[in-house]
Write a protein of this length. Structure first.
Length: 429
């Protein structure tokens, strides 16, 4: 089945489709234009045979059309159906290795257990080709860690892949490198400014930086943040500041301080609010489907990330999941062993999404001697219990116990967008 992407509809509405096709060196005859017009002007999908020599692969590569199977085309009006129809971006965790050891980090336990591997670029390439063809990267790709900018990083290889595919990139970094004269990234060395120029050239549309308790733990990191902010501002690069555990008045005063120290109004900065949430051991909570406590519905996604997610998350070992908080998990499969196409086809029938799609949420409190204080921890606990009930598909991995504290990314900061395609905001990244 073929359908239009948001990109196609936007370009058509702005009467910029022909010029966009020209930049991609695509020439269409009248019959081809007729197909695009029908798709761009409405929400209908094409099931019948396409015209002879219709450039389907080229139009998919240009992010104008999406192709998906009947398994993915579950009814969007049925809230109890597990579907990937709403996925708009893929979050790739290149590594859990980091140059810092922040007390609140979501991945701290994984690092301390020796999990420092980097994701396989060839597996990422195959995964993103499938994701593009399935319409799962209309917004783009998020690249995160750990820390992606450090010696030994394969970030440049991954960026070569996303740039070749024309995918916009949002990149997360601690900005530790801002105060360095030269930054080593993989086998290359850059000045901080040259590094930003290279990343922008390779398709980075937005950079995300955190403002949180790490500056008490690493006071020298503040000057690096100020330097990176100043360099981003000079390049008019959209910069998302993720304020974690900072109140509204403190966010405003911190922004004022950063404007003073950079000597700039920071017009390209997008502030976002977050909470630091204590998550206790989630394995001892007594919750069982199909009846669960109403607390579970209080997650910022109302549990939908398990069965109607907006993002897919891929761990450094290739594991695929739909919940950001379950670092290291791969309950849907593994891109080192399966194609993303096959993983996506199996999603509606996978027992974990199906179980969450059919949960009966009650007002009763779960009975437990040690109940996690945050509903996201309860959701992870429930996912563990569902997975423990039987063997899953090849590559499935049960969610590990979370660290004591994690960054809980809540709220709805404004979304930065280009003329053609939206760029990722933090949501549950």
């Amino acid at each position: 089945m073929i359908s239009a992407t948001n990109n196609l509809r936007l370009l058509w509405a702005k009467r910029r489709l022909r010029s966009y096709l020209d930049t991609h060196v695509l020439s269409l005859n009248e019959e081809h234009w007729s197909v695009l017009r029908r798709l761009a002007q409405g929400k209908q999908r094409i099931r019948s045979a396409l015209p002879l020599d219709f450039p389907l692969d080229e139009l998919v590569a240009a992010r104008l059309l999406r192709v998906y199977t009947e398994e993915l085309n579950q009814s969007a009006s049925n809230g109890s159906v597990a579907t990937l129809q709403f996925v708009e971006a893929v979050n790739i965790e290149l590594t859990y290795s980091c140059v810092l050891d922040c007390a609140h980090c979501l991945q701290s336990d994984l690092r301390h257990a020796g999990n420092h591997q980097w994701i396989d670029p060839s597996a990422v390439e195959h995964c993103l080709v499938d994701a593009r063809n399935l319409g799962l990267v209309e917004t783009g790709v998020n690249l995160t860690g750990g820390e992606v900018i450090q010696p030994g990083s394969n970030l440049l290889e991954i960026l070569n892949i996303t740039a070749t595919m024309g995918l916009p990139v949002r990149l997360n970094t601690s900005a530790w490198w801002g105060a360095a004269e030269r930054v080593r990234l993989g086998d290359h060395r850059f000045s901080p400014g040259d590094l930003l120029d290279y990343l922008i050239e390779r398709g980075m549309k937005l950079i995300a930086l955190s403002v949180d308790g790490r500056y008490r733990q690493y006071p020298s990191l503040w000057s690096a943040l100020v330097k990176v902010l100043s360099l981003c501002d000079q390049r008019k690069l959209a910069t998302e500041l993720l304020f974690t555990g900072v109140s509204g008045p403190d966010i405003r005063s911190t922004l004022a301080l950063l404007r003073h120290q950079t000597g700039s109004p920071l017009g390209s900065v997008i502030p976002g609010g977050s909470d630091v949430v204590d998550i206790e051991d989630s394995r001892n909570i007594s919750v069982s489907p199909p009846r669960v406590s109403g607390d579970l519905s209080q997650t910022d996604c109302a549990l939908k990330r398990f069965y109607r997610p907006r993002y897919l998350h891929i761990a450094p070992d290739g594991g695929v999941r739909t919940c950001m908080f379950a670092s290291g998990a791969g309950w849907l499969g593994n891109i080192h062993e399966q194609s993303l196409w096959d993983i996506a086809k199996g999603f509606p029938q996978h027992r974990l999404p199906r179980a969450f799609a059919t949960l009966e949420v009650t007002g009763d409190e779960p009975k437990s001697a040690s109940r996690p204080s945050h509903p996201c921890a309860q959701a992870i606990s429930l996912a563990n219990k569902i997975l423990e009930r039987g063997s899953g598909p090849k590559g499935q991995k049960i969610v590990g116990s979370p660290p004591h504290k994690v960054e809980h990314l809540g709220g709805n900061p404004p979304r930065f967008s280009t003329d053609v395609v939206g760029v990722l905001h933090h949501g549950c990244f």
